[in-house]
Design a protein around this ligand. Structure first.
Ligand code: SF4
Ligand code: MG
Length: 328
């Protein structure tokens, strides 16, 4: 179907003291309307930087988009003027961050912050905007919203604050939401509640959702497809259940094997050995080869392309077939 967002061969570089860091190195992904794409990877894999480049909020300098396209609703956002870009970002795309406390203004009540969106973008009166703020707070499940609309961010629990962030993101009826580790700072029970809320709203409002996480367990129930990132590249994409059942990349397999499962108590956890590479010194060939239990000579010299590994599936591994069929 038609993509809501079509990211093509995106490249982002950072200038660092150690040289140029290739934070995003040819990333392509698509999100259809009403679909959820989970982007999974360790910290430094490029998943957040990709999202920031899509949103147009990359710190620049030192970060710079050096190639690719970000086609949103048919237009390449990278070619838009700054003010046009800002308009798209305000009305059609919204982002939710891990740390709601620092993303919200500490000296403004949540009602004032929510209301401000309607005043600024929709020209509403202060009174009407406040009414909409209360409605939104109710919609994201904040108890006694009418009484709490004048409270400040620090007066809410972490979970409630994250609901307020979701309300801010929803305020202008976006077509795409990017949530970067939206539940990482919360305890497990609250994580599930916030994730359920996001998934419910996304279905109800038929938005596209990109869910960025380092935690496979968080996305299993809510994502349609997964893109796994490593060292600034996508190493595997697949429909979520296929990826869980049979990963086609050794890195994904390692991630799956290191997720503790409730049904397998006491099972020894496998952790991927070693560390992700520095982005200023990405290994030649397959960037995962120093850590890969399947690495062969070719892996040290030839970068694997994204091989088609079945319908809707791709893997950047020379040995994706062996991986898919469980040989190790
Ligand atoms: Fe491992 Fe080689 Fe596949 Fe890279 S290409 S993941 S090193 S087997
Ligand atoms: Mg991050």
């Amino acid at each position: 179907g038609t993509a809501l967002l079509d990211v093509r061969d995106l490249r982002v570089e950072f200038r660092t003291r150690d040289g140029v860091a290739k934070a995003v190195n040819g990333v392509s992904y698509r999100v259809a309307p009403g679909q959820t794409l989970a982007v999974l990877g360790e910290s430094g894999s490029g998943k957040s930087v990709t999202a920031q480049a899509v949103m147009g909020i990359l710190d620049s300098p030192p970060g710079r988009v050096t190639g690719g396209e970000v086609v949103f609703q048919g237009r390449d956002l990278l070619t838009l003027r700054k003010d046009e870009r800002r308009r798209v970002r305000g009305a059609k795309m919204a982002m939710i961050f891990q740390d709601a406390l620092s993303a919200l203004n500490p000296v403004l009540s949540v009602g004032a912050q929510l209301g401000e969106m309607f005043q600024v973008h929709e020209g509403m009166s202060r009174k009407d905007a406040r009414g909409r703020a209360v409605e939104l707070m109710e919609r994201v499940g904040i108890p006694a919203a009418r009484e709490r609309v004048g409270d400040y961010p620090h007066q809410f629990s972490g979970g409630m604050r994250q609901r307020i962030m979701i309300a801010m993101a929803l305020a202008l009826g976006p077509d795409l939401i990017i949530a970067d580790e939206p539940t990482t700072a919360l305890d497990v029970t609250v994580q599930a509640q916030v994730m359920d809320l996001l998934a419910e709203l996304q279905r109800e409002l038929t938005m596209g959702l990109i869910l960025i996480t380092h935690d496979l367990g968080v996305v299993a129930d809510v994502a349609d497809t997964i893109a796994v990132m490593y060292a600034g590249r996508i190493v595997e994409t697949a429909p979520v259940h296929q990826l869980y059942r049979a990963p086609a990349h050794p890195y994904t397999r390692g991630l799956l094997d290191s997720v503790p499962r409730l049904d397998q108590k006491g099972r020894r956890l496998y952790a991927i050995k070693g560390m992700p590479p520095s982005l200023t010194a990405i290994p030649p060939g397959c960037p995962f080869h120093p850590r890969c239990p399947l690495a062969q000579d070719i892996c040290r010299t030839d970068p694997p392309p994204l091989y088609e590994a079945g319908p809707g599936r791709a893997s950047a591994c020379h040995f994706w077939k062996e991986t898919l069929h469980g040989a190790r």
